[in-house]
Ligand binder design. Structure first.
Ligand SMILES: NC(=O)C1=CN([C@@H]2O[C@H](COP(=O)(O)OP(=O)(O)OC[C@H]3O[C@@H](n4cnc5c(N)ncnc54)[C@H](OP(=O)(O)O)[C@@H]3O)[C@@H](O)[C@H]2O)C=CC1
Ligand SMILES: CCCCCCCCCCCCCCCC(=O)[C@@H](N)CO
Length: 320
């Protein structure tokens, strides 16, 4: 199944900001007939986002078409429009059912689904509240699980492209990400199973390294220094760059997608009983096998030693 921006109905979860919004912009600007539905919890944010995308496109067109194009304000699921929004807490299964009922009624069942909703609160384990812990699973895993299940039920026979946004931390879990990495690892596991079961689906899984977004700015505030140190090699790239890299990789037929070289290396080191479809996969496998023998044990030894030293020096204080 070819990845193309044109002639689709695309459902983007977490479409109100960050990478989801970047994808919404991309579809809106680079495809003519594609219908886009952005979903997130906050209606105010969604409305702002839709207006911003339309206004930007309008202003751009105005300079080309000398003001011939009319700018319309966003309305929730207005069938005249190409860009729709729907406020919904996707971690609640019943709400996702309602969303799909609405989409079915409006003949807007998606042909592509981008599960971008997610987010992390990086802190040391003892510093997290019970609410933050359950939010980690709800925002990252349950939003994706619920949407994937409803799409699977809605699209029993038609082809569908499901694109799930995990993280490099699913492949390399480390200090500071206890609230987040396990949920992203669960998404990787779900992807492997759905690829075997949903035979009419193309299922892609994106493992981004750091990129700039509203969520990223926020997580930097609570992120422990030791976490920043370990993830140092994955410098945050601009959101648009991440979006373009992912779209290009999907168009190239790859289904395990990374956004930087560190991501490619870590994906290679993650061997096991899953099929991998990533860029330069043969080279990645050879690199992975060799580095698991020659580098990983020493890196992990050094890393554990450094983390223990860091905890000793910070003497169990709230070390963030
Ligand atoms: N930025 C980074 O460095 C990296 C990000 N990722 C992953 O990529 C994806 C996009 O990241 P980024 O752009 O930074 O994300 P942001 O944190 O900037 O945006 C997250 C989006 O998810 C929505 N959302 C959160 N919870 C729910 C919910 N329960 N129901 C519906 N929508 C929800 C938010 O809207 P609202 O609050 O209105 O619900 C928002 O639109 C995420 O899954 C993230 O984990 C992976 C690796 C690196
Ligand atoms: C031989 C071994 C070499 C290993 C090199 C180690 C480099 C580690 C890079 C980890 C990058 C993690 C990005 C997390 C992004 C993310 O998901 C958060 N921004 C949350 O949103």
């Amino acid at each position: 199944m070819k990845y193309t921006l044109e002639d689709q109905v695309v459902l983007i979860t977490g479409g109100s900001q960050g990478l989801g919004k970047e994808f919404a912009k991309k579809y809106y600007n680079e495809a003519e007939n594609t219908k886009i539905i952005v979903v997130s919890r906050s209606e105010a944010k969604l409305l702002d986002t839709c207006n911003e995308i339309r206004l930007e496109a309008h202003l751009r067109k105005e300079t080309i078409d000398e003001g011939q194009v009319q700018h319309k304000l966003a309305a929730p699921l207005d069938p005249e429009q190409r860009l729709f929004y729907y406020p919904c807490d996707l971690s609640c299964y019943e709400s996702v059912e309602c969303l799909f009922d609405v989409l079915r009624d409006l003949d807007l069942l998606p042909t592509q689904t981008l599960c971008c909703a997610g987010g992390s609160v990086p802190k040391l384990f003892r510093g997290l509240s019970g609410n933050e812990l359950s939010q980690g699973m709800d925002i990252n895993y349950k939003t994706t699980l619920n949407v994937a299940h409803q799409v699977a039920l809605a699209e029993q026979t038609r082809e569908h492209h499901l694109i799930i946004f995990s993280s490099v931390t699913a492949l390399y879990p480390f200090v500071g990400y206890s609230q987040y990495a396990p949920a992203k690892a669960a998404m990787k596991s779900l992807v492997a199973i759905l690829r075997q079961e949903l035979t009419n689906f193309r299922i892609s899984c994106v493992y981004p390294g750091n990129f700039e977004s509203e969520g990223f700015t926020l997580e930097q505030v609570t992120k422990p220094e030791i976490t920043k140190l370990i993830e140092g090699p994955s410098d945050a790239i601009p959101c648009k760059q991440a979006c373009d890299i992912i779209a290009k990789s999907l168009a190239g037929g790859h289904d395990d997608v990374f956004t930087d070289f560190v991501g490619w290396m870590i994906m290679g080191m993650d061997l096991g009983l899953t099929v991998k479809k990533s860029r330069f996969v043969a080279l990645q496998w050879v690199f992975g096998v060799l580095s698991n023998i020659l580098v990983v044990p020493f890196y992990m030894f050094g890393c554990s030693w450094y983390i223990r030293k860091w905890f000793r020096e910070n003497d169990g204080k709230k070390a963030n």
